[in-house]
Design a protein around this ligand. Structure first.
Ligand SMILES: [Zn+2]
Length: 304
């Protein structure tokens, strides 16, 4: 990654979901996002994705704020704590904006269709949505108890420039196929909310793990279908490698444990996180001592 190629001004965000305790991967992503944004003199938002209210627990919400503090990070805009979040920042305050994008997308010919499939139907089909069946039924989109799916054309590949990875090409149809944009309860799905929120915040840089490449491709493609989300096409992405571990097995065990209790409870000190970030950035071990040493050590160019 050539950091000097990051176009100013940078606006980025930490975007956790309060559906579990934050694990090492989340913490590493926070530190990387903070470092890249601060280095560019940019603005950082805290954006909490709580649309999946059934999985939200107050302890998970608290854990987000505690983990950010534990890591020594700051942000410029966003909720100051759980109460402020619920009152002023919950995604529930933006349902109308998500609906606006859905309304625009439903005008695009052959893009959305209603899907009646249950979880069991999809499991029976081997975990893949049996696209042809639902699409052929051509149910009206307003049929009760249906989700809306976006039809990804066969063979569609999404290409984009990434700041960290070589030229990226995601075979979207093969990787995720027709995906849900509105759930059966009528609420927008993650991809819709994420795009709309990033546009509202004026996000220009998104730092994510490589596991989210298909999600990025889905969002870029979806955003390109509507006028109100055209600006999303200018967002720059930096996808980082997943956690490097000298001992793969050991890492997966600790990852398992940290999902149960969260990285804060699992690791005695945030140095575990800083050290992992240093390795991801290809820095000497000494750079992983603290946030300050990471900030000083961050090179201009990063190789993937
Ligand atoms: Zn279906």
């Amino acid at each position: 990654m050539n950091l000097s190629s990051i176009t100013a001004p940078i606006v980025s965000r930490l975007a956790p979901t309060p559906s579990g305790y934050l694990h090492l991967g989340n913490a590493v992503n926070f530190v990387l996002t903070w470092l890249l944004t601060r280095r560019a003199g940019g603005t950082l938002h805290l954006r909490i994705d709580d649309l999946d209210r059934q999985r939200l627990r107050p302890a998970y919400l608290d854990n987000i704020f505690q983990t950010i503090e534990w890591l020594g990070l700051d942000y410029d805009h966003g909720p100051s704590g759980p109460e402020d979040f619920e009152t002023n920042f919950s995604q529930l305050h933006h349902l109308g904006e998500y609906q606006q994008l859905l309304d625009e997308l439903r005008q695009v010919p052959d893009l959305l269709y209603a899907c009646r499939c249950s979880r069991t139907d999809i499991q029976r089909a081997g975990g893949q949505h049996p696209d042809a069946t639902c699409q052929a039924q051509r149910l009206p989109l307003d049929t009760p108890e249906t989700a809306w799916r976006a039809h990804v054309p066969n063979g569609l590949t999404i290409e984009f420039q990434d700041l960290w990875q070589p030229q990226v090409a995601v075979p979207l149809a093969a990787d995720i196929g027709d995906f849900v944009v509105r759930k059966k309860d009528g609420v927008a799905a993650y991809q819709i909310a994420s795009v709309v929120d990033d546009i509202r915040l004026g996000t220009t840089l998104i730092v994510r793990g490589l596991d989210l490449l298909p999600s990025t491709a889905a969002q870029l493609w979806l955003a390109s279908q509507a006028k109100c989300t055209a600006a999303f096409g200018h967002v720059q992405f930096a996808h980082h490698a997943l956690l490097p571990g000298a001992d793969g097995e050991k890492l997966s065990k600790s990852t398992q444990a940290s999902i149960q209790r969260g990285i804060m409870a699992e690791a005695g000190s945030p140095r575990v996180v800083y050290a992992t970030v240093a390795r991801l950035l290809g820095l000497p071990d000494a750079a992983g001592e603290s946030l300050a040493t990471l900030s000083w050590g961050i090179p201009n160019r990063l190789s993937s």
